[in-house]
Ligand binder design. Structure first.
Ligand code: HAM
Length: 420
């Protein structure tokens, strides 16, 4: 039986891989404009990192992790996200004793055992940023502005930015009790999931997608109305900075995020029209995470975005994903006799920094021309009998079909000029 890629995973074949290169280039260059530098962490970590960091009551940890025991019986987990790993690296390398804040970005695969559907995979790619070591609301705003800037650099100008504050442990503890007291009389009308989690994690009832749960808790006390003075002030500042910088947002009382580490600012960005999985990015502040992972109390803020969803949006909206990949030159050989000669010319052209290829399957002249076209070559060099006799080659502009002779010794120079 044929072996297929596991459910929820996929291959990226050329030419689609070029769109990934383009996307990653935009992500990296935009983040670098804001002073972020790349961090690379392992694909797997000790399971307890995510249990402590992301939180054992979150869906990610309780239902979606790829956890396994290695040959020494250690419990390891394929990373479901990268914020906890960044916090671990921040502590392990004592980055906190250097200059703060540090601003990191990452790109790479994450793994969640979730039900695959459009825009949702079991291995998917995130681009994210994390800032450790500052409480400034300007940094909350900066990461949001960076996220919006990335979208606009990609040509994605229609989005909805949802914003809320989930408070700090102090005000949230009081709020949780209030919310549980509000939910309890209506608990029988909640969906099965919410019935189970409302005592442990009542905030998750707020972002349940089921209409029945929304109706059941109507008139619920909001986070925004129950923030302590510090959290209220922080949230107001973030909103003001966003407004001052022309970033439109929607205050969303239902936005609580599915990971347990958030404090204060929480946000999500949606692109309507890309299906049920419309969140292309999400993030927020996590001032307790580093301490939770065993480091010194250090504030942090960041976000991650899903690359598959960004590409889906670019495809659906028919937005160009960078230059089409192609060759500069294809070398066409009229006869087997000139194989060695054409191979040498290909190497010389590559040595001069051009993208070059040739046929290796004994195709006839016409078929080579078609092949060159298929490979997107800008120019073809034809090595024919007459040409070789006269010390000349023929250059063909593949777009216009125009041909011209060139002295063999001048070929590289001439091609360079034509490609400018
Ligand atoms: P998250 O909301 O779980 O946050 O994921 C961020 C983004 O990753 C989502 O908005 C979505 O675009 C993409 N994503 C998540 N799961 C999948 C999936 N199964 N298939 C495809 N795309 C997916 C985090 O992961 C946090 N670590 C973000 C963060 C960074 N908060 C602070 N810093």
């Amino acid at each position: 039986m044929e072996t297929k890629a596991p459910r929820g995973t996929y291959d990226i074949l050329p030419p689609d891989s070029a769109a990934w290169h383009y996307l990653e280039r935009v992500l990296r260059t935009t983040a670098e404009l804001y002073g972020y530098q790349e961090i690379r962490t392992p694909m797997f970590e000790h399971t307890e990192l995510f249990e402590r960091g992301v939180g054992s009551s979150s869906d990610i940890v309780s239902k979606e992790m790829y956890t396994f025991f290695d040959r020494s019986n250690r419990s390891l987990t394929l990373r479901p996200e990268n914020t906890a790993s960044c916090a671990r690296a921040f502590i392990e390398h004592r980055v906190y004793s250097g200059m703060l804040p540090v601003k990191w970005y990452y790109v790479g695969p994450m793994f969640r055992y979730d039900r695959p559907q459009t825009g949702r995979f079991r291995q998917f790619n995130q681009f994210g940023v994390e800032v450790f070591g500052s409480r400034s609301p300007y940094l909350d705003a900066e990461v949001i502005i960076l996220l919006v800037n990335i979208l606009s650099n990609l040509g994605l100008i229609e989005y909805e930015l949802h914003l809320n504050s989930v408070g700090c442990p102090d005000c949230r503890t009081v709020y949780r009790e209030k919310l549980i007291a509000h939910i309890t009389p209506a608990k029988d009308s909640l969906c099965e999931d919410c019935q189970q989690r409302y005592q442990v994690n009542p905030l998750r009832v707020l972002d349940c997608k089921k209409q029945a749960c929304h109706q059941a808790i109507e008139g619920y006390p909001t986070l925004a109305a129950n923030l302590c003075d510090n959290c209220q002030q922080h949230y107001s500042q973030v909103q003001k900075i966003l407004g001052d910088n022309g970033v439109a947002f929607i205050h969303d009382d239902n936005l609580v995020r599915g990971l347990d580490y958030y404090t204060n600012t929480a946000f999500e960005i949606h692109i309507p029209g890309i299906g049920a999985q419309s969140a292309v990015g999400g993030g927020g502040r996590y001032d307790g995470l580093v301490e939770e992972c065993g480091g010194p109390a250090t504030p942090g803020v960041g976000f991650a975005m899903g690359l598959e969803r960004l590409l889906l949006a670019l495809n659906l909206l028919d937005i160009q994903k960078g230059e089409k990949p192609g060759l500069d030159v294809f070398v066409i050989t009229a006869s087997d006799e000139f194989e060695a000669l054409s191979f040498k010319l290909v190497q010389d052209l590559r040595g001069a920094g051009m993208k070059v290829d040739k046929d290796h399957n004994g195709r006839g002249l016409k078929a080579q021309m078609k092949y060159a076209d298929r490979l997107g070559a800008a120019l073809a060099v034809i090595i024919g009998e007459d040409e070789v006799k006269n010390g000349q080659l023929t250059l063909r502009n593949m777009a216009t079909g125009e041909q011209q002779g060139v002295a063999a010794v001048d070929t590289i120079q001439r091609i360079k000029e034509m490609l400018v």
